[in-house]
Design a protein around this ligand. Sequence first.
Ligand code: SF4
Length: 664
Amino acid sequence: MNAVSGKILWVDLTRQTCSEEAVPPEVYETYLSGLGLAAYYLYRRIPPGADALGPENVLAFVSGLLTGTGSMMTGRWMVAGKSPLTGTWGDANCGGTLSPAIKQCGYDGIFFSGISEKPVYLYIGHGKVELRDASHLWGLDTRQTEDTLLAAHQNKRSASVACIGPAAEKLSLIAGISNDQGRMAARSGLGAVMGSKKLKAVVLQGAYPIQAADPEEIKRLSDRFARVAAFQPPFLNGFGARLLGVLMRLMPLSMRQDGILYKFFLQKYGTTGLNQYSIESGDAPIRNWAGSSADFPGQRSASVNPDRIRARETEKYHCYSCPVGCGGMTHFNNGKADTHKPEYETVLALGGLLMNEDLESIFAANEKLNRAGMDTISAGGTVAFAIECYQNGLITREDTGGLELKWDDPRVVLNLLDMMIAREGIGDLLADGTRLAAQRLGGRAREYAVEAGGQELAMHDGRNDPGFALHAVVEPTPGRHTIGAYLYYEMYQLWRRLPNAPRVKQLFYPKKNKYIDSAEKARWAALNSQYTALLNGAGACIFGAFLGAQRFPIFEWLNAATGWQKGPQEYMQIGWNIQSLRQAFNAREGISLRHAIHPRPIGDPPQTQGANRGASVPLQALTRLYWQEMGWDPETGRPPEEVFARLNGHKTTREEKEYAHANH
Ligand code: SF4
């Protein structure tokens, strides 16, 4: 089949063996590749009730169907497995060079099962597929690990590396997986799964070409898209972004968003372009979600003005096949150290969430967390939790080794992170995120753990856009922000390609309309879920999709890459298949599919000041409507039996029989 390798690699870490498995073409037709491919195999191979840190869990590294075909902004790789943080389906994705590298090794995915006795890394390249000793790498941080491996494998062909740092080695449940020197597939705690398997790294150095069905058509589509992406107005600045945020806060109306505006900021500043806009408009949570824009006004939030961050940029970079290029390297510590430009999520999780206006400490914390391989969102949320626990007597000065935990203190941020990374003192309790820490502390600690389904929430407030709260609880991986929001629906503009997608007609509409539990809003959310699942099957970057379905030719690229002749509706059905399969994974676990969320992000009780004052989200009703729109049971969220039957109807392969025999 065109565009894919047609096979996956299985690595059994217990037996130290590697074997290939052919992927039946109907699997691609039903679930695409990428996240869909991972969902298909993980559902079949991870037994219900498996320990996420045990040998039965399977960790999948998958590349998108479109990666390497010549389409643009389609170079994301995904990692998936059962999450030790949430106990549900878990996944995370990241850009850089790893996604094409997986395919250039001749595979659409690499699946790890079992547990190695000693640290190992997987090497693929130059005709070899081998597990190699990684004892000398154990204990190194992510940048040291990658440097060491790149030096060891330096030759004419460049290598791509994914690895874990000390946080994952110590099984921190908020650990991620790093590639390209500190870019992070951070969410779901899947770094800890890699750590539990004693898999330190993956080194990919293949050279297989990817063949698209119609390269000319792909090029034509990509050229057209590149022209759209190239347009950039000259007058953007951080101060203007802040003023826009103030306007959004003061207006009684919301404005329908067009993603082209977001692209302008993204291209110039990266994701930090709208830092101050988000604080002013009420998107960014302040002081562990209990504060508001009124507590972190313009003169304080100026500390994270995008122009100040850009002033530290030394070089820009972009992921594979991307004409936007939101990434960059920056310096800190008076130019003595460098770090990836911190993302919006990082700046706000270590900034406004902690009332911290010391930019230097945010850069230092970013580098510290990237090197340790720890999720910056969860780490910031956990520090905020600890400060509130301290202020309410649940953590004492004795627990912290004499450190007084308070807001707006960069020393607290950096010291607590050090303790969490090393699992020292109170850091041992905090290294597994807020839910577990609250359980261990007991008492009223739960009141300060702002999470959904066990995962700390990203820096987008459901009181400002109820879609973020809804997706945080209906997603098979709870607490995610990259799947959907009302904002995303407006930017995706799916109604331009799908006749059954409701059009957002008015440019301005009353803000109060956002808080209505209408079937139409649930339809937006259901379409968001399906479309994003499709993007994750293709390996696409959501920032490309934000440009709108009329500009980002994902359906046409898929047809040109595969030779299929499917319409948008058929592709959305594939998105539904992926989403429903991930939900089926959770249903089979026997857990509640209604993930609990902390009351603050849904306005319970409503805030009395700031951009989101008075806002509350009718989450129960919206969840029911969403499940109904998805065609799932409106009371329980269980997908229809056809989802399970389709999987049960798939033939058991020879490899699966061997796997089952070996493991039971
Ligand atoms: S927009 Fe940014 S994250 Fe997305 S593909 Fe381009 S460089 Fe990567």
